[in-house]
Design a protein around this ligand. Structure first.
Ligand code: NAP
Length: 328
């Protein structure tokens, strides 16, 4: 059977599933990810890797792992993994769709509410002794209820956010790449071009994958097009937002604030200007971080590995190697 390297301790039964399928499994024991050298060393003999968004997998690493047949990324986004290079090397690349969208949408909505109603700021102030009386003017926010939400990218997570918004009586706009009239009608979403979405929305929530087409999608022109009170929510990938332009927009008061689960780089260095704005909320890439969802993601990644090592196609491929590597 195969040798599987798992790049961090993962929740749920993933490792048990791999062992029950007869595979020899090594789990990287540290809290921090393996360095590129440690990753390469550990993949030298590996038939499969269970990787995370913190593990860059590119052509050099693939070439240094001659037995590798599958890289199962425990995430729906796979911009850390060069899926095309993997296919060219005969290696399957897989992700974990369909199990984390509700959890990530919950976080996007939590960030939206937190930013709208100053939750983080007021909690911090309370702990610092700032709560001296009930104040008619302190921590005034904006009402999500009855406001307009713009969703950029109406995939699994974007659609789940649209469902959350329905409960808050929001008008929901969406900028999509592929029109899906039925889905939009079912969700009560109005499809509009991005400039119109930016001009009309009180909250703009980003749900597109990161790649050459979406890098810096939210830049100076987009922030200038937003309302001065509008809040940007980003739970997609940091690179979709031009962070320097975001800092300039916040400094100029061109937008009302931002709530970010993803940044460039991650972690965001403590001296980064984004930390200096009271109207910016930052969480450490915890979109899918619920017990149940992380367990499901890890188990899904394990099942992709088990399939490939059994000579089958993986259930969740993001590439298709024309000539998959045979067992070593
Ligand atoms: P998904 O179901 O693949 O949906 C992505 C959507 O974006 C698709 O509908 C796609 O359109 C659309 N899109 C792509 N490029 C676009 C563009 N240029 N303009 C407008 N729409 C565009 O993915 P998902 O599950 O919703 O996840 C979205 C992203 O969220 C992931 O790629 C990942 O990076 C991120 N994520 C973050 C966390 C976190 O922990 N913060 C957790 C999960 C996911 P088509 O239908 O035309 O392809």
């Amino acid at each position: 059977m195969g040798y599987v390297f798992v790049t961090r301790r993962v929740p749920g039964r993933a490792v048990d599933l791999l062992r029950e399928a007869g595979h020899d499994v090594t789990v990287w024991p540290e809290d921090l990810p393996p360095s590129p050298t440690a990753l390469r060393d550990n993949l030298l003999e590996a038939d499969a890797a269970l990787t995370l968004v913190t593990d860059p997998v590119g052509p050099d690493l693939l070439a240094a792992a001659p037995r590798l047949r599958v890289v199962a990324n425990m995430a729906v986004g796979y911009d850390n993994l060069d899926a095309e290079a993997a296919a060219a090397a005969g290696v399957w690349a897989t992700n974990t769709p369909g199990v984390l969208h509700e959890t990530t949408a919950d976080l996007a909505f939590a960030l939206l509410l937190a930013a709208a109603r100053n939750l983080v700021l007021s909690d911090r102030d309370t702990r610092d002794g700032g709560w001296v009386t009930w104040s008619p003017t302190a921590f005034l926010g904006h009402d999500p209820y009855g406001s307009t939400l713009g969703i950029v990218g109406l995939g699994e997570i974007g659609r789940a956010v649209a469902r959350c918004a329905a409960g808050f009586g929001m008008t929901v706009l969406a900028a999509t790449r592929t029109p899906r009239t039925e889905v939009e009608r079912e969700l009560g979403v109005e499809r509009v071009p991005l400039p119109e979405l930016l001009a009309r929305s009180d909250f703009v929530s980003i749900h597109v994958p990161y790649g050459p087409e979406t890098e810096g999608l939210m830049g100076a022109a987009e922030f200038a097009a937003m309302k001065e009170t509008a809040i940007l929510v980003n739970t997609a990938r940091g690179g979709v937002v031009d962070q320097d332009a975001l800092v300039r927009a916040l400094r100029a008061g061109a937008i009302g604030g931002a709530a970010l689960d993803v940044t460039v780089p991650e972690p965001l260095p403590l001296d980064h200007p984004l930390y200096g704005f009271p109207n910016v909320t930052i969480t450490p890439h915890i979109g899918s971080a619920s017990h149940a969802t992380r367990a499901r993601m890890a188990e899904m990644a394990a099942r992709n590995i088990i399939a490939v090592l059994a000579g089958e196609e993986p259930p969740n491929p993001v590439n298709r190697p024309p000539a998959p590597r045979p067992p070593a």
